[in-house]
Design a protein around this ligand. Sequence first.
Ligand code: KIV
Ligand code: ZN
Length: 515
Amino acid sequence: MSDDRLIIFDTTLRDGEQSPGASMTRDEKVRIAKLLEQMNVDIIEAGFPIASVGDFESVKAVATAVKTSTVCGLARALDKDIDRAGEAIKSAESGRIHTFIATSPIHMKAKLRMEPDQVLEQAVHAVKRARQYTDDVEFSAEDAGRSELDFLCRVVEAAIDAGASTINIPDTVGYNIPHQFGETIRQIIERVPNSDKAIFSVHCHNDLGLAVGNSLAAVLNGARQVECTINGLGERAGNASLEEVVMAVRTRQDVFSCDTNIDTRIIVPASNLVSAVTGFPVQPNKAIVGKNAFAHESGIHQDGILKSRETYEIMRAQDVGWSDNKLILGKHSGRSAVKARLVELGIEIESESALNTIFDRYKALADLKHEIYDEDLIVVANESLSTSSNVKYELISSWVCSETGETPHAKVVITIDGEEVTGEADGGGSVDAVYSAIKSIVTDVGVLELYSVNNVTSGTDSQGEVNVRLEKDGRLVYGTGADTDIVIASAKAYLDALNKLSITLDREHPQHTGV
Ligand code: KIV
Ligand code: ZN
């Protein structure tokens, strides 16, 4: 392993959460943060504390729960943002404030309506103010990827002089091309006289599918921090994906003169958790964490793999946390065996009651399905741990009559704020009838924009995992549900999305001016 360290700054809980529909609760953020800590992520950006009371509380909770990673709060270059971020990270063992202002001509003119010298002055003021709360201050020149190099170098030099120890160069709109972005990083480090006093970081968006490529080009040219997210979650097309950056650097040590501290075996559990919490499925062909990333369909490949794994595999599936899809514990296995397997899978169970819930669901599944695999257990655990005790809608039962030549008819019983209500309706098919039955008793359901079902394991007794997306007044929410009966899984997914829709969100966006 290389001596030179590449710092991993994870922004799943901040930029990742800016993906439309990916909002997370405080407890969900703490769960993800603790897994990131276990993975040895160096810095966890936990949110944007000024955005709302909920965001502030989430950053504070993460700052309190996490001990070994640095916890970071985002702040525009505004006093009110910085003060709020300073307050939110106060309890952290190691806390960072990340402050930013845009430096590109278009952002300064059209968004900030400020002259370049005013921007520079505000950047310096913000860094100095942030230093009153912590010695660990990061400054970002938003839209650096479209900024003029001379001005960018001036702002960077001034921010370092003001006390920033990390300088982040974001490609905010994903406009850059690797060789050119790498050259920009090299030039900044070379031209800024005090560049040796700061770590240079990059934060790349994926609008052209180049976020990881640009990040790696920057590393080859001297950047020593990469900002990234699990599953590449993030604003619009997302951010650079943590798993791809980390595994590229680890796998190609012949090319990179640095390496991360990441425990790569936690990558797949983290991907599963983020997907379960946000309801964003991972595409099967996604590098590293997609279901097909280590699957070999073609006969030629399978033959090669059997002779020598390296013929077609450049990484080992188990090194990134894939299990062997093992047949696990049977119907008679006890709680401690289930708990031990969950820990091996990177799922930490914190309370007896959480274990009881998972174990009850596990037993119920074992009654329906003879062979229980790791994938089943992961779905059961994530579903149990994500279900909060005070949700608005909960499924009690559903009944569907479906017969050739007849119109399907469904009856559902759900609780709304704890009160039992029954709905009935016909539909074009069983799922449609159940959804219509729910709509007969729940108003304001928005528009169902996406419905998909995937099997968790193989076989007709597999659990089906249903993903839905609802849109209402421009807001998107995702819901998931799993069950061996896909009609029930569908009802659970719909209610999960409706529960998210029922939570009012009133938060500021970091890239709005806020003045
Ligand atoms: O994309 C971006 O520029 C950002 C900044 C706040 C760092 O997310
Ligand atoms: Zn961003």
